[in-house]
Structures are given as C-alpha cells and as structure tokens.
Design a protein around this ligand. Structure first.
Ligand code: HEM
Ligand SMILES: *[C@@H]1O[C@H](CO)[C@@H](O)[C@H](O)[C@H]1NC(C)=O
Ligand SMILES: *[C@@H]1O[C@H](CO)[C@@H](O)[C@H](O)[C@H]1NC(C)=O
Ligand SMILES: *[C@@H]1O[C@H](CO)[C@@H](O)[C@H](O)[C@H]1NC(C)=O
Ligand SMILES: *[C@@H]1O[C@H](CO)[C@@H](O)[C@H](O)[C@H]1NC(C)=O
Length: 340
C-alpha cells in the first residue's frame, strides 16, 4: 500500500517533463470531454454571444505566458501575484466563469482527469466553430501549472499600440510567422474592445496630438462618437463589423481603414503583413486554413515545469505531505491512480 501510495503521488504532480500532446487524448479516460465542453460553450453562446470571443482570447493570453498551462486562470494568493491583474488582462479578460462551468461539468463525469489548460484549448476551438468559423481536431494532454506570474505576462503580452514590425518580432519568438500573426489576429473577427484601448489612437497617435492617419475618416467619426475625450473608458466597441460571426470581415475592414485597434490596422499599413491581409480579405477559406494552423502551433507552446490536473481552475490543488498516512483517503488515492 505504501509503495502504491508513493507511486501515485509521484505521478500526481508530474515534474518537469513536457507533455506529449495528441488528438483523442481523453478517449479512454473521459470520452465525453470534448462534447461536455462544447455543450457548455453552446449554452454560453445563447446566454451572451460575446462570451465566446472572451473565452477564445484565453488561448492567446495563456499560451504566450509560459506555455499553455492555464496559469492565467489562477487567482492571486497572498504569496502569488498571478496574471489576472497583469496589464493586458486587468479590466479586460472576462468570462472566466464559462471555464469554471466546463470544469464543474467535467469534474462530474470524470473527476480529476481533464486539465484546465486543455479546457481552454477545446473551448477556444469551440468558440470559433460555433460562431461560423472553421472546426478542427485539437491535441490534448496538457497539465496545469502550479503557479502564475504577473510579471511574465507583463513582459510578453503586446499592447494595442503595437505596430506590425514589433508584432512580427514578438510572434517569431514563439516560432510563429508573419502569416500566423495576421491569421491569428483574425480572431478579432469576433468580440469587443474598450475605448481605453484606442484613446491614444483617436487623439494622440505616437504623441502627435493627432489621430492615427490610417483611420478612414467616416469610421473615425464613428469612433469619436463612441469614445469622446472624457468617456468612461470601459465602454466597448466591436472589433469588426460582424462581431458575433467568425468570418473574414475583419480583413475587409482593415483594407477599408476600419480596423478598431492600432495593432489591427498596422497589419494593413505595414508592407510585411499587407499581402496577407489582402489575401485573407478576398479568400475566407485561406484565412480559415491559416487560422487553424496558427491555433494549433500556438496550442503546442509548452515550457518544462511541474504540472497537475487542477480540480478548480482558479486554485492549485493542495498537496499534503507525502509522509503522512492520512494525506489522502483510499478513495481519493484510487481515483488518482486510475487517472494517471
Ligand atoms: C497580435 C497581437 C494582439 C494584440 C495587440 C491584441 C490586443 C487585444 C486588445 C487590446 C483587445 C481588447 C482589450 C480591451 O480593450 O479590453 C483584444 C481583444 C480580443 N482579442 Fe486580441 N490581441 C492580439 C492577438 C490576439 C490573438 C492571437 C487572439 C486569439 C487567437 C486574440 C483574441 C482576442 C479576442 C477574441 C478579443 C475580444 C475579446 C472580448 O470580446 O472579450 N487576440 N485583443
Ligand atoms: C514600431 O514599434 C517599435 C516599438 O515600439 C518602434 O521602435 C518602431 O520605430 C516602430 N516602427 C515604425 C516603422 O513605426
Ligand atoms: C522554436 O523552435 C525551435 C527549433 O525547433 C525550438 O528550439 C524552440 O524551443 C521553439 N521555441 C518555442 C518558444 O517554442
Ligand atoms: C500626447 O502624447 C505625448 C507623448 O506620449 C505626451 O507627452 C502628451 O502629453 C500627450 N498629449 C495629450 C494631449 O495627452
Ligand atoms: C473600468 O472599471 C473598473 C472596475 O469596474 C475600474 O476599476 C477601472 O478604473 C475602469 N477603467 C477605466 C479605464 O475607466
């Protein structure tokens, strides 16, 4: 019993190895996993269409910060400043409760099996598929991190002021090409952003005290109305003209100078990325194909670190000392052994 027990504990927190991701990872241990997540996303769509965009964004904010490990879902603790209050996330990331719902539903059907990191990957795919975009098979088998870092997020996540050159260099650090950058930015085909993210662009682009000249004048009038100086900067506007449909309208908007964020419009104004914007604006299938490739590559990002399958996506499991006999009930132990 003792040896079985310590074996279990060893596998329970996997130390330092990078997980081998593969399709159908849960086919033996939780065959319903993907359909459970999709059902939760369908309900979310009915409740609030925007929440699908909000959840899809999680994949980007998770995978760019120490790999796809659900670190961004951890709440701050007295000893850990997590990512929720990081610059790119505070007052901005939302719909964490949709992931909680998926986790709760999964814990009912197969407790302790499906990682929060995998939930993010499945839910992001579902968000795209359920709003009219492509559907694809995802690789699974990620583990959840044991910690999170606000600083790590602040050091990596790009500002909406970023230009295409900066973004190309940033994405290259993650082995993502300029084409991947443009295709993945097409995720802004759904969802909204705050006035906060465009005030500088409307009134003081690059410190010029002038608006960004790349904004088409009629569209600028519209943005000025939505976000006048002194507006409540939490007010939101649509990221493209069809914000609940995943399509290539986003790229058509960029071509006509109607991109919402500076980081969007710059993809058309800079020669290094302009060709891809033009291509995707006239060929939705090409966009979908490149987008799926980009999402899969982004989903492959991992760093070597210890991991576990969290029971609650917001907190790490409490690991009781291995020396104590009472550290787990037999029932818990059997559960853990069967899952690993
Ligand atoms: C290329 C660099 C990117 C920048 C600079 C950027 C920046 C932003 C900003 C500033 C917002 C609005 C935040 C706010 O005002 O509260 C936003 C929203 C969003 N981003 Fe990005 N983003 C980028 C790439 C991506 C990627 C790669 C994805 C996913 C694959 C993504 C998905 C989304 C979605 C879906 C929303 C709307 C969320 C909602 O409605 O709640 N973004 N992004
Ligand atoms: C793009 O942004 C970077 C970083 O902010 C800046 O150094 C560079 O001058 C910008 N490039 C152009 C062409 O504006
Ligand atoms: C990018 O690819 C190289 C070569 O395959 C690899 O060594 C490196 O770890 C990758 N970087 C990331 C962030 O995945
Ligand atoms: C515009 O930006 C510049 C540089 O960032 C800053 O010095 C200036 O005060 C800003 N002007 C206004 C009106 O906010
Ligand atoms: C947005 O709302 C939050 C809390 O609801 C507040 O703390 C924050 O200051 C507001 N942000 C802006 C830019 O007005």
């Amino acid at each position: 019993m003792t040896s079985l027990f310590s074996l279990c504990l060893l596998q329970y927190i996997r130390i330092g190895a990078v997980a081998q991701l593969r399709p159908h990872y849960y086919s033996e241990t939780c065959s319903e996993a993907e359909s459970v997540v999709r059902d939760v996303m369908k309900e979310a769509l009915i409740r609030e269409a925007r929440s699908l965009a909000s959840v899809m964004r999680f994949q980007f904010h998770d995978c760019f910060v120490n790999g796809c490990d659900a670190s961004m879902l951890l709440d701050d603790t007295p000893t850990m400043l997590g990512e929720k209050l990081a610059l790119a996330n505070i007052n901005s990331l939302r719909s964490y409760e949709v992931v909680d719902e998926a986790k709760e539903a999964l814990e009912k059907v197969c407790p302790g099996v499906v990682s929060c990191a995998d939930i993010i990957i499945m839910a992001s795919r579902d968000a795209v598929a359920l709003t009219g975009g492509p559907d694809w098979g995802v690789k699974l088998g990620r583990l959840d991190s044991l910690s999170a870092s606000q600083e790590a997020s602040d050091n990596v996540m790009p500002s909406p002021r970023a230009n295409a050159t900066f973004l190309i260099d940033l994405f290259a650090k993650f082995n993502l090409s300029a084409k991947d950058l443009v295709a993945l930015s097409g995720s802004h085909s759904i969802g909204q952003a705050r006035c906060f993210s465009i005030m500088f662009r409307l009134y003081n682009q690059s410190g010029t005290a002038r608006p960004d000249p790349a904004i088409e004048p009629k569209f600028r009038e519209k943005l000025n109305k939505l976000c006048p100086l002194n507006v409540d900067q939490n007010i939101t506007g649509d990221l493209d003209a069809t914000p609940v449909v995943f399509d290539n309208q986003y790229f058509k908007d960029l071509v006509s100078g109607s991109g919402f964020l500076n980081s969007d419009q710059t993809l058309f104004t800079f020669p290094e990325t302009k060709g891809f914007v033009q291509q995707f604006s006239s060929d939705q299938e090409e966009f979908f194909k490149a987008f799926v490739e980009g999402m899969i590559k982004m989903g492959d990002l991992q760093v070597e670190q210890p991991g576990e399958v969290r029971r609650n996506c917001r907190v790490v499991n409490s690991h009781r000392p291995a020396s104590a006999n009472t550290c787990m009930s037999i029932e818990e132990m059997v559960n853990v052994c069967m899952k690993t």
